[in-house]
Design a protein around this ligand. Structure first.
Ligand SMILES: Cc1cc2nc3c(=O)[nH]c(=O)nc-3n(C[C@H](O)[C@H](O)[C@H](O)COP(=O)(O)OP(=O)(O)OC[C@H]3O[C@@H](n4cnc5c(N)ncnc54)[C@H](O)[C@@H]3O)c2cc1C
Length: 376
């Protein structure tokens, strides 16, 4: 064990995945070096992920992060689906039989800061503005060039290199991992609005506009996020109160891609570096944190060579699920959208439908962590 603890571990990326990995290693006595191209964590007002699922809370319980998340996050107690303003389906998350509510809302920037807070207790602080610029040499003993702010460069040769450096991962590209998949035609647009009064933060709503979709979900006590496939969606928003400010807007395309193996030699990939998909289902950050927790556990056991085989089934499951949901919400064919409106009110009566859906959004459709007794 002591010999394993002495291994040098370099983590590229300090998003939710890299931070969770460094923390899970640190609490088991493994020190890592964490470098990130960004100059700090995600600004809270530019948070992509808002949904923290029950699986993540189970995984981050031991580090104490879950308690911090629960103290700040909002429980999402209902999922509502409407068509042209008419309610088709309401799913009550309180029916979920689990230790935690299936999904809580907390901006990604806040989650990252909570991970950073716990990590600092182990004396680990990410080296911000420090970029992995090249990886060369043998994948068993990779040679990594780091470029620091100001252009100073440094060469290191870690025992293990972990690419948690996001969708455009330099580690993945430099180490020759293929990243097959495809982009879909629909583009997504989002806008966050802050209101003059508190908003109802207990639910997510998806409204089919036929064609297109407009969803909204809580960011915090006075801010809602609107997300749509329609470019001029902001004119269709029914604001609950007077707008104080539009805090963020963004536009993004969607690809479904994953690596075929998550490790080669002593190079490992985790999070968006290994898999990207649509935000439907709120899975990306959660899946990255899950990768991180599995990898940290396996490293601590000296079993890191099993990482790819153990994680790929979870990656495939989530990619399949998110693709299915995305196809369903982006339907354009009028016949299919009418059929969708007819069927949705009926599905809640199908035995097992609600339970299966809540199991997916809670993240419990992937293998449970074997190191946590009775984990769901
Ligand atoms: C609109 C939207 C909504 C979303 N909602 C959700 C949600 O509700 N729930 C959910 O679970 N997921 C959601 N996601 C997905 C989620 O945001 C990502 O899956 C998550 O950020 C991935 O985390 P990561 O740490 O793997 O990568 P990132 O967050 O991309 O972090 C990458 C890190 O690597 C660093 N980096 C990059 N290049 C280098 C380099 N060369 N060298 C060193 N460091 C480098 C960056 O500075 C950063 O620190 C959403 C995504 C979008 C677009």
């Amino acid at each position: 064990m002591e010999e394993r603890r002495g291994k040098s571990i370099l983590i590229a990326g300090a998003g939710p995945t890299g931070l969770a990995l460094a923390l899970e290693l640190a609490r088991r006595g493994f020190h890592s070096r964490l470098v990130a191209k960004s100059n700090g964590p995600t600004p809270v007002s530019e948070s992509r992920a808002l949904g923290v699922n029950a699986r993540t809370l189970t995984l981050l319980e031991a580090s104490g992060v879950s308690a911090l998340i629960l103290a700040k996050a909002r429980r999402l107690t209902q999922f509502r689906i409407s068509s042209a303003g008419k309610r088709l389906l309401t799913i009550d998350t309180e029916t979920f039989r689990g230790h935690y509510c299936p999904v809580h809302a907390l901006p990604q920037g806040e989650t990252e800061r909570l991970l950073l807070r716990k990590l600092s207790a182990f004396g680990i602080v990410p080296e911000w503005s420090t970029e992995v610029s090249t990886v060369s040499g043998d994948i068993e003993k990779p040679v990594v060039t780091l470029t620091h702010a100001g252009g100073l460069s440094e060469t290191v040769q870690p025992d293990m290199l972990i690419g948690a450096d996001g969708a455009h991962s330099v580690v993945r590209k430099a180490c020759g991992f293929a990243f097959p998949g495809n982009a879909i035609e629909s583009r997504f647009f989002l806008a966050d609005y802050r209101y003059t009064q508190p908003v109802d933060t207990g639910f997510i709503e998806m409204n089919f506009l036929n064609p297109g979709v407009l969803g909204h979900l809580p960011v915090n006590e006075d801010t809602l996020r609107y997300i749509s496939t329609i470019e001029d969606f902001e004119s269709r928003i029914d604001h609950p109160h007077a707008v104080r400010e539009r805090t963020w807007g963004s536009e993004f395309g969607i690809s479904f891609r994953h690596v075929e193996t998550m490790s080669r030699g002593n190079v490992f990939l985790a999070g968006d570096a290994a898999h990207v998909h649509s935000p439907a289902g709120a899975r990306g950050m959660n899946l990255g944190i899950e990768d991180a927790c599995w990898l940290a556990w396996l490293i601590s056991q000296g079993r890191e060579r099993e990482y790819s085989n153990l994680r790929m089934p979870a990656v495939r499951t989530v990619l399949k699920d998110t693709r299915r949901i995305t196809t369903f919400i982006t339907l354009r064919n009028p016949l299919l959208t009418s059929l969708r409106a007819l069927l949705l009110p009926l599905v809640s009566h199908v035995p097992g439908f609600t339970a299966a859906m809540l199991r997916n959004v809670s993240g419990q459709d992937t293998p449970p962590p074997p190191w946590i007794p009775n984990a769901q």
